[in-house]
Design a protein around this ligand. Structure first.
Ligand code: PGA
Length: 254
């Protein structure tokens, strides 16, 4: 059976305690939209406060270290975010790759650490505009996933989601076209089925991210092989984010 659509807000480096009211509003409204799985990844400092507020939505982290503990000043481990109430972690986001020099090997190690800590994974991939213009997007994205995804899924496909986020679409207001999303998600699906088998690989949710908002959510979410959305800017207010959740719920009704 197909998993529920998964709508995840990535707050990035935004949010102080004053934003807990937005999280609360998202949580309360999501209780009426049970056909959609809703989650927020706030900054580390808000994981525990959001976890305490949340009755319905999932709470996650935007990154974690590859080691469980040790002398790594300023870093946070998967065990720690799980202890704070996180149920999942976003790994391999292009902003981590660009701003912190994260490569595929490190991201694969972080995936293993997160699974060990009992967390679910959202593994990100996505090409630059230059690679897309050169016709190399699919090869690049599937290469990233081959190098970062766990070899096997010990438990169910529910533990893993992939987020396809073309770099040129993030925060630009210029989402990918549904044709490009469909083509890339089909290539990712093939890779998942090759790696995990028809049943497990066929059930992993592939999220799209990059300028998703209430206005374009429906057409993106109804595209084949799109199992949800990873939302940055539009997740920072309950109003904007709930518009996307509502679009996902409406599609479940049709
Ligand atoms: P955006 O960000 O929705 O602001 O484009 C998406 C992301 O980076 O996860």
């Amino acid at each position: 059976m197909a998993l529920r659509p998964y709508i995840v807000g990535n707050w990035k480096m935004n949010g102080t305690r004053s934003m807990l009211s937005e999280a609360r509003a998202i949580d309360r409204s999501s209780q009426r939209l049970m056909k959609v799985e809703v989650a927020i990844a706030p900054p580390y400092t808000l994981i525990h406060p959001v976890h305490r507020e949340a009755e319905q939505i999932g709470v996650g982290a935007q990154d974690c270290h590859a080691e469980p503990d040790g002398a790594h000043t300023g870093d946070i481990s998967a065990t720690m975010v799980a202890d704070a109430g996180a149920k999942f972690v976003i790994l391999g986001h292009s902003e981590r790759r660009q701003e912190h020099g994260e490569g595929d090997d490190l991201i694969r190690a972080k995936c293993a650490a997160a699974l060990d800590a009992g967390l679910k994974l959202i593994v990100c991939c996505g090409e630059s505009e230059k690679l897309r213009d050169a016709g190399k997007a699919e090869k690049f994205v599937t290469g990233q996933l081959k190098a970062t995804l766990p070899e096997a899924l010990d438990e169910t496909s529910e533990r893993l989601s992939v987020a396809y986020e073309p770099i040129w679409a993030i925060g630009t207001g210029r989402a990918a076209t549904v044709e490009d999303i469909a083509a890339m998600h089909a290539a990712i699906r093939k890779l998942l089925v090759d790696r995990y088998g028809e049943e497990e690989g066929g059930a992993v949710r592939i999220l799209y991210g990059g300028s998703v908002k209430a206005e374009n959510a429906r057409e993106i979410l109804e595209t084949e092989n799109v199992g949800g959305a990873l939302v940055g800017g539009a997740s920072l207010t309950a109003e904007g984010f709930l518009g996307i959740v509502a679009a996902a719920a409406e599609l479940q009704d049709t």
